[in-house]
Design a binder for this molecule. Structure first.
Ligand code: AMP
Length: 416
């Protein structure tokens, strides 16, 4: 787990804004869920034999002896919240987004943390493939707005409970015929989770599965049609994708659509985010079947990619004005004015220490504020201030009781 310091924060916040804007503009509403949940929530949904639950879940006993877990991913928690808060009776689809830390007891390595942030969405109550397209387009828009260009969309269909068992049998037969060539993990996976052999990182396994039968060629009519419509609409939106038969995602609850967004600058070595459809998830939680689709973007990884690509974050500290003061009386007025400005929603900073006028103006320059207010001894006694436009250098005198309103007006114009 790590500290995220100011230098990285500016990228985090920029990404967060891009993601929030994309989510809000597509009609998603924000949700946060608790950090700690019963471990069974994830065992029942993500799946007991998945890496996330089997190897990586931060599970421990609480004081009362209950097995709890730090949330390893968002979908299961948000689905639980959807059911527990009666959202099934809201107008559907219910579209939610979140920015939450996730916890995985993984081997710490570059780009993998035990606490990482995911920005994600979940949409419940709509089966249409157009919702899949909406969600995929939203993820891509967020990443693009954050300034990343060298990414790819990887997509696959992993079928449904109707067609996947048959495909699993076909794949298992193929894997058994080639068992000798597989790594120890994949030998075990033939029995526990044969689909996971397809995304094994071992070269020798990849060589074997290169020739494996593919799920997309074994889909039932419903899944085939669903996938076809998605691809047609992605084409219509000029969204470039790669159908990737190895993409299975490691979680039990996915059906049909699975997708990931890869960073192509490192040759697709790290997924920036991923998601998929999970129509059976609510049933795993003991409720009736509600269709759903979502994704999680790995904010830490995206930020690392933004920094590597040297994405330019527009300058701006959130400060609109620097209040400069000279003299004891002016200092008191300056301090009061700073707070009045802040209460009015104007970002204001000032030198609370002594310092010459030029030192203070230098500070204002460094902070790149569009305005400075100057209160010298003369202004302090005449209840006036000097307003300086930092770009043009132009100075005007205002009565002290009018300056807050004047800056409010100017700042709202700037923001427009
Ligand atoms: P997943 O659902 O496991 O594919 O996670 C979604 C995204 O979160 C991934 O594509 C990564 O970008 C990010 N992610 C997952 N695990 C970690 C981790 N341990 N550290 C940092 N980022 C992670």
């Amino acid at each position: 787990m790590r500290d995220i310091l100011p230098a990285e924060q500016k990228y985090f916040m920029y990404l967060r804004k891009a993601f929030e804007t994309a989510a809000e503009q597509s009609g998603f509403n924000r949700i946060y869920t608790p950090t700690v949940e019963p471990a069974t929530l994830f065992e029942r949904t993500v799946g007991k034999s998945t890496d996330i639950v089997e190897k990586e879940m931060y599970a421990f006993k609480s004081k009362s002896g209950k097995k709890v877990a730090l949330r390893p991913e968002g979908t299961a928690s948000v689905a639980r919240a959807y059911l527990e808060n009666g959202m099934t009776s809201w107008p559907q689809p219910v579209k939610l987004y979140y920015e939450m830390p996730m916890f995985r007891y993984d081997r710490p390595q570059a780009g993998r943390y035990r606490e990482h942030w995911q920005f994600g969405v979940e949409a419940f109550g709509e089966k249409s493939p157009l919702l899949d397209v909406t969600v995929i387009a939203l993820a891509l828009r967020a990443i693009k707005t954050a300034g990343l260009s060298e990414t790819s969309l990887q997509i696959n269909s992993i079928g449904c409970p109707n067609c996947r068992p048959k495909y699993k049998r076909i794949l298992t037969r193929f894997l058994k015929e080639n068992e000798k060539e597989l790594c120890a993990d994949c030998k075990r996976r033939i029995k526990t989770n044969p689909l996971r052999t397809l995304d094994c990182k071992e070269k020798k396994c990849q060589e074997v599965t290169e020739g494996a039968p593919q799920m997309v060629n074994n889909l039932c009519n419903t899944c085939h049609e669903h996938f076809k419509v998605i691809l047609e609409y992605l084409d219509a939106l000029d969204i470039v994708y790669e159908i990737n038969p190895r993409l299975v995602r490691g979680l039990d609850y996915y059906i049909q659509t699975v997708f990931e967004i890869w960073n192509e600058r490192d040759g697709g070595q790290s997924a920036l985010g991923g998601g998929g459809r999970y129509d059976g998830l609510t049933e795993l939680l003991g409720a009736r079947k509600v269709p759903g689709i979502g994704f999680g973007l790995g904010a830490d990884r995206i930020v690392a990619a933004m920094m590597a690509e040297k994405v330019e974050i527009p300058e701006g500290t959130g400060l609109d004005v620097f209040v400069v003061q000279l003299g004891k009386e002016a200092k008191k007025k300056c301090f009061k004015l700073m707070f009045d400005l802040q209460n009015a929603g104007v970002g204001a900073e000032g030198s609370i220490d002594k310092g010459s006028m030029s030192a203070q103006l230098k500070m204002a320059n460094r902070l790149k504020v569009p305005y400075a207010i100057i209160i010298g001894q003369k202004e302090a006694y005449s209840d006036t201030v000097i307003l300086k436009d930092m770009d043009s250098g132009c100075q005007e005198i205002y009565p002290q009781d009018k300056i807050v309103r004047e800056l409010e007006k100017r700042i709202s114009k700037l923001q427009r």
